[in-house]
Design a protein around this ligand. Structure first.
Ligand code: ZN
Length: 266
């Protein structure tokens, strides 16, 4: 009898250990870290994703995600299926007037340039490395700022509805030093992209990347390893910007996430 009791405890306990844990809200735009048993395999919406040696994995939810997310965990020959509802968010409407006309509707002669920029950005965002920096707490890129733009807001530029804003805008004086939010590797460093101006993309592993735009100076190069807190350049207003600010982005591959979901913003 005692033996049975003991084994029940063991079974119960090992089930707790095997439970999948998540950090992050199941909400539109959210960044979510999961932990499964070592050596498991994980699929998110039937897409195979990478696990760290300790069983950590990461994924993100689109701004307009409506359907439930399907998480399949294969461990020890068993499949665990977890289905989670996604909380919907209300996004702001942001009107910006007085932008130069060519910045709202680019002239045809720059289409090729924009296309090239987008290909470079897309390539950098599709990188899938085994770095596991994404697991740690990100820090803010600058210390003193005013938030002037938030994720998800619908933009109306000079009265014309445009793509939603996917970044968080930190307003601060031009030339303010900008820090890396997390360890990583630089996968794109450009001084002069059409929309984004001085642009840096950092890879933090497993498809997680962050992007800085409108930089005045870009002081890193592609392939460079970065430590959290390193100064990577200065804040500017290059590209399509109405004033000096740092616009930061967070991506899980092609999915654009809310940078506020990884930062403690005041
Ligand atoms: Zn912005």
């Amino acid at each position: 009898m005692r033996y049975i009791f003991l084994s029940l405890i063991i079974i119960f306990y090992s089930n707790i250990l095997k439970a999948v844990e998540f950090k992050g809200k199941f909400e539109q735009g959210s960044f979510i870290i999961g932990k499964a048993q070592k050596g498991s395999k994980v699929e998110i919406d039937n897409r195979k994703i990478r696990l760290t040696k300790d069983g950590y994995f990461v994924f993100g939810l689109d701004r307009d995600r409506k359907n439930n997310v399907l998480i399949k965990i294969y461990e020890n020959g068993n499949i665990k299926i977890i289905e989670k509802k996604i909380l919907k968010r209300d996004y702001k409407i942001q009107k910006i007037d007085g932008l130069p006309k060519k910045q709202v509707t680019p002239p045809p002669e720059v289409y090729e340039r924009i296309k090239k920029d987008n290909i470079l950005i897309g390539k950098a965002r599709s990188i899938n490395t085994s770095y596991d920096y994404f697991k740690d707490q990100f820090i803010k890129p600058i210390d003193k700022y005013i938030i002037t733009g938030v994720y998800g807001s619908q933009r109306i530029l000079n009265g014309k509805p445009r793509r939603p804003h996917y970044g968080v805008d930190f307003h601060a004086p031009e030339g303010t030093p900008v820090k890396a939010m997390m360890d990583g590797e630089v996968t794109l460093a450009k001084n002069d992209m059409y929309f984004t101006g001085g642009t840096i993309i950092f890879d933090h592993g497993h498809g997680v990347s962050t992007l800085y735009m409108h930089m005045k100076d870009v002081n890193v190069r592609v392939g460079q390893k970065i430590t959290q807190g390193d100064i990577v350049g200065t804040l500017g207003q290059s590209g399509r910007a109405t004033g000096p600010h740092l616009d930061i982005r967070l991506n899980w591959f092609e999915v654009k996430l809310d940078p506020a979901s990884i930062l403690n913003l005041d």
